[in-house]
Design a protein around this ligand. Structure first.
Ligand SMILES: Nc1ncnc2c1ncn2[C@@H]1O[C@H](COP(=O)(O)OP(=O)(O)O)[C@@H](O)[C@H]1O
Ligand SMILES: [Mg+2]
Length: 319
């Protein structure tokens, strides 16, 4: 374990991709790598007690998700994994609270409708697992899917997905990486490094646009950076549980990536235009970059307006 397996169409990868098995455990169903011991998995997953010893990295209440980092021997020797747990009930609790708040009262249909949707939403771990495998098959780096298990149910169901830890990652995500490097490097060096990353990002987006599924949640916060020798980078896509089975929506994808207001200050207008030009160059449409800029720009403007009105922020300045 531990070797970067996200890219390259080696025999080893083929072998890994083909060797998964179905599992059924106390009312949960799912899949895991052939080499995983189902008994060890079962012992490891004594929910909720097991989570007491796990390191909680992130909790997103509105999604009912908890991301943990753990070390465990699941049949492959002691290895590091990430486990994302989904508790359906928590989504209802959050929507219920919002429904009773002033904002909820202003839109009385919004949260009941959301809750109705949640009732029939399956826990998305199977999607995350399958799309993780699909990305690897396409040579797009992502965390190796190790196992998923979920319960079917209207409200109380829960489930989780385990992925192998991506090696050599030094920041929580691409945006955090840039922030970190901005403090560490002189401005010239930082700009050069950022440009190299934007180039990789443009290549990655070119590849993602060729898929037959769409990752609506793909933001800089779901891209991890691995530093390679000679100033090169490898970008990893994570958190693919929200994948939707239709062709990627280019505008939405670009817009999500470059318009995230939390990270706006990391990307200047020039960065965005450069990204678009490179991205279109990789997808053989270099000549249409100005048209795309015109299409994406109004979306960005509208977003800024909404955001700044809501939070009273100043227009972000370039770095
Ligand atoms: N397999 C993995 N290898 C390395 N880091 C990971 C892995 N999975 C998750 N992480 C880290 O955990 C963070 C949260 O995981 P993520 O699946 O994006 O959950 P969330 O929905 O809360 O954003 C990521 O930003 C990343 O830093
Ligand atoms: Mg994420």
């Amino acid at each position: 374990m531990g070797e970067a397996r996200g890219i390259g169409v080696s025999n080893e990868l083929d072998c890994i991709m083909n060797s998964y098995k179905k599992i059924l455990l106390n009312g949960f169903e799912g899949e895991c790598m052939e080499a995983i011991s189902v008994d060890k998995l079962k012992a490891f997953l004594k929910w909720p007690d097991c989570a007491r010893d796990w390191k909680l990295l992130r909790r997103v209440s509105s999604h009912g998700t908890y991301t943990y980092q753990v070390k465990a021997d699941l049949g492959l020797g002691e290895s590091e994994y990430f486990i994302k747990v989904f508790r359906k009930q928590e989504r209802f609790e959050v929507a219920w609270k919002k429904m009773k708040s002033i904002r909820g009262l202003k839109k009385p249909w919004r949260y009941p409708l959301q809750m109705l949707g949640y009732l029939f939403d399956p826990i998305p771990v199977k999607v995350g697992f399958e799309k993780g495998k699909a990305l690897l098959e396409q040579g797009i780096p992502t965390a190796l899917p190790v196992a998923y298990l979920y319960q079917k149910g209207l409200i109380s169901a829960w489930g989780f997905i385990i992925t192998e830890k991506i090696p050599n990652i030094i920041a929580e995500n691409l945006a955090e990486y840039l922030k970190q490097r901005k403090n560490e490097l002189g401005s010239g060096e930082y700009i050069r490094e950022k440009r190299a990353l934007i180039l990789e990002l443009a290549k990655l987006f070119g590849k993602l646009m060729t898929l037959d599924f769409f990752l609506p949640d793909l933001r800089v916060s779901n891209i991890l950076v691995e530093r390679l020798p000679e100033g090169k980078f490898k970008l990893w896509v994570i958190d693919v549980v929200e994948a939707i089975p239709h062709k990627p929506r280019e505008d939405k994808m670009l817009y999500h990536l470059i318009a995230n207001p939390y990270y706006a200050q990391l990307f200047t207008g020039t960065d965005k235009i450069r990204f678009l030009k490179w991205y279109l160059g990789f997808s053989g449409r270099a000549e249409s970059w100005s048209i795309i800029c015109c299409r994406v720009n109004p979306l960005l403007q509208a977003w800024w307006k909404k955001w700044h009105k809501k939070y009273g922020q100043q227009n972000p300045k370039p770095h």
